[in-house]
Design a protein around this ligand. Structure first.
Ligand code: SIN
Length: 283
């Protein structure tokens, strides 16, 4: 157990992830506590807070201490809180859950989210854990030759896989407010290796959901290397796994981790509320 000044923190895995206790996120936290949470986030990449009691307003108020909030391009938010999206799979749904592949949030945007705050409203009695993977380590464990190759590559990202009219949203996520659209075919470019704007460390920045190819290459040419990187990036020793309980919160650094929500809870309902904090343009 590491002792921070304002809370206790227990690391849950070897390369990322820590549970924080002694903080009530529904209250107006002091600047000192927020600064220490930010430091813990940079050190551990994803923080978990159990037994919280958040309303959409207090979830927004906590996230806003770290920046402005994003509005999702394709998922409509709550009627009174358009920046809070409901991540929901009902007990009778059998299709893949939202977030059910390794990804970073919204890298189809020019400025993908800096972080996301996810709150467990209704959690299944088993299953539905979320996995996270450390992308600094993913980069650092590549050979020098592969690092050099990737340092010079630009990756193309698009939301067409999940959110185009023929994408997954068209047949999955029936109980979420998702609107597939032609906008999902738009492409943005990000460096395949980005430098974290706060730590200055390099990290691997491609993901299965949104990265479709490398710039100046075809999809077919890009696929073998991307496939290798997707597998490399999510290997077990780079990950941690969070078992949700009602009222738990996960706050991840979306610039430095991949995450994957498991869909192994058929017959049970899982409902989460998510807000995304605006990020910078990757470089
Ligand atoms: C997401 O990808 O943002 C959802 C993660 C989850 O439901 O655990």
């Amino acid at each position: 157990m590491s002792n921070y000044q304002h809370f206790q923190l227990q690391q849950i895995a070897g390369t990322l992830g820590a549970e924080v206790s002694g903080v009530d996120l529904s209250t107006q936290l002091s600047d000192d506590v927020i600064a220490e949470i930010r430091k813990a986030l940079l050190d551990h990449l994803v923080l978990f807070f159990r037994d919280q009691n958040l309303t959409p307003d207090s979830q927004i108020a906590f996230a806003r201490r770290f920046g402005d909030l994003d509005q999702h391009d394709f998922v409509k938010g709550l009627p009174d809180h358009p920046k809070v999206i409901r991540v929901l799979r009902e007990a009778d749904e059998t299709t893949m859950n939202f977030g059910g592949t390794w990804h970073c949030d919204v890298t189809h945007q020019e400025c993908p989210a800096m972080g996301s705050v996810l709150y467990g409203v209704d959690v299944p009695p088993y299953g539905g854990d979320t996995l996270f993977a450390n992308q600094y380590i993913a980069y650092e464990t590549l050979s020098a030759g592969m690092q050099q190759l990737l340092d010079g590559l630009t990756a193309v990202h698009s939301a067409r896989g999940p959110f185009s009219p023929t994408g997954r949203a068209a047949s999955y996520w029936k109980n979420m407010q998702v609107t597939p659209s032609e906008k999902a075919y738009e492409e943005v470019e990000h460096p395949a290796v980005r430098t974290h704007p706060e730590t200055g460390r390099k990290l691997l920045f491609v993901n299965r959901t949104f990265t479709v190819r490398f710039k100046d290459m075809t999809e077919r040419e890009s696929a073998p290397l991307l496939q290798y990187l997707f597998e490399h990036a999510s290997q077990e020793q780079f990950t941690c796994r969070f078992r949700w309980t009602k009222g738990a919160v996960a706050f991840w650094d979306n610039r430095a981790v991949l995450h994957h929500a498991l869909g192994d809870y058929s017959g049970h309902r899982r409902e989460m509320l998510r807000v995304a904090i605006s990020g910078d343009r990757p470089y």
